[in-house]
Design a protein around this ligand. Structure first.
Ligand code: ZN
Length: 189
């Protein structure tokens, strides 16, 4: 199954509020499957929200780790019902290729949602998964991680053989982010 095209920052759909799902039907389940395929194909993604693939519905998928063996949680109409304490850490987004920034998020969250069978689920998460859930629910409201990022922390991930983990961060500004991603978006459209 082919993956879907991920919308790049600057695409106006990323700023729109997604609509509640009223009907969980085969079409929606197909969308979720395609989203999972798209996230797996990215190899690095740990979350994806429907607006990122051009669909304004309240659907998001998340996983704890970018590893194919880690199960993917599929969330329909997810709501952040509780959050506790805070964490600050590096974050990225498939709609902002290679950009990283430090973002403050809740350390622990409780999310309520429906699964693809229409059953209500409660997902308690901590650490990275709590971060991912908060990030994806933001997407459904047109909020992007750069809105919450600590301004001085914006940087591009650059492959670097000398670095411990194979990458270094090259500091950037919001203006440069806009320019670079505008160009990238125009190339992919
Ligand atoms: Zn994102």
């Amino acid at each position: 199954m082919a993956g879907l095209q991920v919308r790049i920052y600057g695409d106006t759909i990323l700023r729109k509020k997604a609509k509640l799902v009223r009907n969980i039907d085969d079409e929606l389940r197909h969308l979720i499957k395609q989203m999972a395929e798209t996230m797996r194909a990215s190899q690095i993604g740990v979350g994806l929200a429907a607006p990122q693939v051009g669909r304004l519905v309240r659907v998001a998928i998340v996983r704890e780790d970018a590893d194919d063996d880690v199960p993917i949680h599929c969330l329909i109409n997810p709501r952040l019902v509780e959050q506790e304490e805070e964490q600050t850490g590096s974050e990225g987004c498939l709609s902002f290729p290679t950009l990283r920034a430090d973002v403050q998020r809740p350390l622990r969250v409780l999310v309520e949602a429906l699964n693809p069978d229409g059953d209500e689920i409660h997902l308690e998460a901590e650490g990275l998964l709590a971060r991912v859930l908060a990030h994806e629910i933001d997407h459904l409201n047109g909020v992007l991680f750069i809105d919450r990022a600590e301004r001085d922390s914006l940087g591009w991930l650059i492959p670097d053989e000398d670095a411990d983990d194979g990458y270094r961060i090259e500091s950037t500004s919001l203006d440069q982010v806009h320019r670079k991603l505008d160009r990238l978006r125009q190339e992919t459209e």
